[in-house]
Write a protein that binds this ligand. Structure first.
Ligand SMILES: Cc1cc2nc3c(=O)[nH]c(=O)nc-3n(C[C@H](O)[C@H](O)[C@H](O)COP(=O)(O)OP(=O)(O)OC[C@H]3O[C@@H](n4cnc5c(N)ncnc54)[C@H](O)[C@@H]3O)c2cc1C
Length: 337
């Protein structure tokens, strides 16, 4: 990113600066600039792949186009990717960061943000997460041991316009910490501030068609202050915008139709059974708001057939199966349990 930044260019990344780039891109990749720039795999120009028979193929829109289509969003079962060529976008700075408010103000900010997203322009990407922060030295002093709401904001445009867009969100409650401002595009991972050190994590998610006050009430009850959620965070990301628009010629990216994504992250291995149970509970109660697809990057492995059917439309799933059987007829790279 630093080299690209020297030329005023940036890649379209995920929220974390340290998650594996190939695994992320093969699922599509929905990051902090998702609404303005779409799925990260929309910028993939070519891939080098070792196929099941040991041959190496360079695939692009013109060469082995079915494989190229499938690798942008199809996630697995096709081969081993050893190189990816991605297009960079002209972007030196963005207006971004996060706003942290006390848990007592979470309900007001969440409701205001939900309304705000219904008219937000396509080029601003935001999300909110309730975090229960431990009383430990790595947590910044004003936040230690508190339950807080963190609102993430990324606008790849003029700072004055970004400030105007963020103003209604800033006005809802006093900030404990406000880092939203003009920042180098290369610092985009600081918006989510995901941990950089290696560590275990359990990620799951579900896309939603819409959210409303009734959803917010259920969400706050389950993951808000005073709840007993096993997750470190339950983040609601605003999708739509460029995510909803496929690339010319098409790609296998699933989950383009949901307007929101609820992403759960837990980092305490002994709590995984509780996370699995809590996610199942969420899936049941959120059915009235559920979208028909959830992007595969947010579905926890092992991927069952039922899960794969949630990751793509029936047409995309059928075409993916055809391409997999063409390039890996003996199932050397099994995908799905
Ligand atoms: C902290 C955190 C933040 C995240 N944020 C986002 C986000 O903002 N947006 C988003 O979309 N996702 C996000 N994710 C999910 C992430 O995209 C997936 O977990 C992704 O699979 C991570 O890639 P990996 O290489 O680490 O995983 P791995 O477990 O190593 O790989 C997962 C799968 O990807 C495929 N794969 C990986 N490498 C290759 C390769 N070289 N060749 C062929 N297939 C390969 C395989 O099917 C493999 O089973 C996040 C995950 C974490 C932990």
């Amino acid at each position: 990113m630093e080299v690209a930044a020297g030329h005023g260019l940036a890649p379209i990344t995920g929220s974390s600066g340290s998650v594996g780039v190939v695994g992320y891109l093969l699922g599509g990749g929905l990051g902090p600039l998702a609404r303005s720039h779409g799925a990260s795999s929309d910028r993939v120009r070519g891939l080098r792949v070792v196929l099941a028979d040991g041959s190496v193929v360079e695939t692009t829109a013109e060469h082995e186009p079915d494989l190229f289509w499938a690798l942008r969003g199809g996630k697995g079962g096709l081969g081993i990717v050893t190189r990816v060529d991605v297009e960079l976008v002209p972007l030196r700075t963005l207006y971004g960061g996060s706003l942290t408010v006390d848990g007592a103000d979470a309900a007001d900010v969440l409701r205001a943000w939900t309304r705000w997203t219904t008219t937000a322009p396509d080029d601003v990407t935001t999300s909110v997460v309730i975090l229960s922060l431990p009383d430990l030295p790595f947590v910044p002093e004003p936040l230690r041991g508190r339950t807080v709401l963190n609102l993430r904001f990324a606008y790849p445009g003029d700072a004055a316009e970004g400030e105007r867009l963020a103003a209604p969100l800033r006005a809802v409650a006093p900030a404990l910490v406000d880092t939203i401002g003009e920042m180098p595009a290369a610092a985009i991972a600081t918006i989510h501030a995901d941990p950089d050190d290696p560590g275990p994590s359990w990620v799951a998610g579900a896309e939603l068609r819409t959210i409303d006050d009734a959803f917010v009430d259920r969400y706050l009850g389950a993951y808000g202050p005073g709840g007993d959620s096993p997750f470190l965070g339950a983040e609601i990301r605003h999708l739509g915008g460029a995510v909803a628009r496929d690339v010319p010629g098409g790609s296998a990216v699933g989950g383009r139709t949901g307007d929101y994504l609820l992403a759960f992250v837990g980092m305490n291995p002994p709590l995984v059974p509780a996370m699995v149970a809590s996610f199942a509970d969420f899936t049941a109660w959120s059915a009235p708001w559920a979208a028909s697809e959830t992007n595969v990057n947010f579905l926890p492995a092992p991927w069952t057939e039922e899960m794969l059917a949630r990751a793509w439309s029936p047409q995309t799933l059928a075409r993916l199966r055809e391409v997999r059987s063409q390039y890996d007829p003996d199932g050397r790279f099994p995908f799905g349990a």
